[in-house]
Design a protein around this ligand. Structure first.
Ligand code: SF4
Length: 252
């Protein structure tokens, strides 16, 4: 499929997913740090719980500001997260505190926007050293700072890009990433935002396009999804392999 066709398919996919999940799943917050903490919470939790947890963390009557969150105890953070039904609150509380401490020590502030004042190589090095974050987090932050155009590549994004064949699952990883970026850039403004794509694909991966037993019958992409069509022809509901990219083999 040529890039123009992929771009068309991608554009339709993004519009369909935005309609299904609404814009509430898109990056949200007044500052980059707020947006990023929302993203980290949203990744493993229901979007409503993620929003409520961020609201509590930024509530002047609870912590005051991000520096107060940084100096709060892990137990205090854990209690706030537990109140808003965040999964694994103790793990997230410890990671958040460590992350804020590192940012504060390196930038003398908790405002992540100042990373944009660093030279690109130094900014990348700084973000790569952030502890306790998923491997695609530095790309996410670079995108948010307009210093990167690649889409953050996590298991959900990979699966949702590959199953409907927006990218070819058999191609090398670097090529798949480049094709997704090229297709997205061909979509053009205002839809070429890599973080909009990433948030929508993550939500689709969390809610519908699961690695195993995706809910294809409830998926608005099903009519144009290679994986679903192949599985339907196979008629099997056995487990998918790998990141769920290959559909189950046809029964003989
Ligand atoms: S049809 Fe199924 S496999 Fe295809 S994108 Fe939707 S949920 Fe995923």
């Amino acid at each position: 499929m040529a890039i123009r066709e992929k771009a068309k398919k991608l554009e339709q996919t993004l519009r369909t997913l935005e309609k299904k999940y609404s814009r509430t799943v898109l990056p949200e917050g007044d500052t980059l740090l707020e947006k990023f903490v929302f993203y980290l919470l949203f990744y493993g939790n229901h979007v409503t719980n993620a929003k409520k947890a961020v609201k509590a963390l930024t509530d002047p009557d609870v912590f005051g500001d991000w520096n107060e969150v940084r100096v709060a105890t892990v137990r205090e953070l854990e209690d706030t997260l537990t109140e808003h039904r965040v999964e694994q609150p103790s793990v997230f509380a410890a990671r958040l505190k460590k992350f804020l401490q590192y940012v504060f020590e390196e930038l003398d502030d908790t405002a992540l926007e100042s990373v944009a004042t660093l030279k690109p190589e130094k900014a990348k090095k700084f973000l790569a050293q952030l502890e306790g974050l998923p491997p695609w987090a530095p790309t996410y932050l670079l995108c948010a700072l307009d210093m990167e155009s690649m889409v953050p590549w996590d298991p959900h994004t990979e699966r949702v890009a590959q199953r409907p064949r927006i990218v070819d699952p058999a191609a090398p990883l670097a090529q798949r990433k480049k094709v997704l970026r090229a297709a997205l850039q061909s979509v053009g403004e205002p839809d070429e935002d890599p973080l909009r794509l990433h948030h929508l694909f993550v939500e689709h991966g969390k809610k519908t396009c699961h690695e195993e037993d995706p809910k294809c019958l409830k998926c608005p992409l099903a009519d144009d999804c290679d994986w679903h069509q192949r599985r339907s022809r196979g008629g099997s509901r056995t487990k998918a392999s790998g990141n769920g990219v290959e559909p189950p083999a046809k029964r003989k």
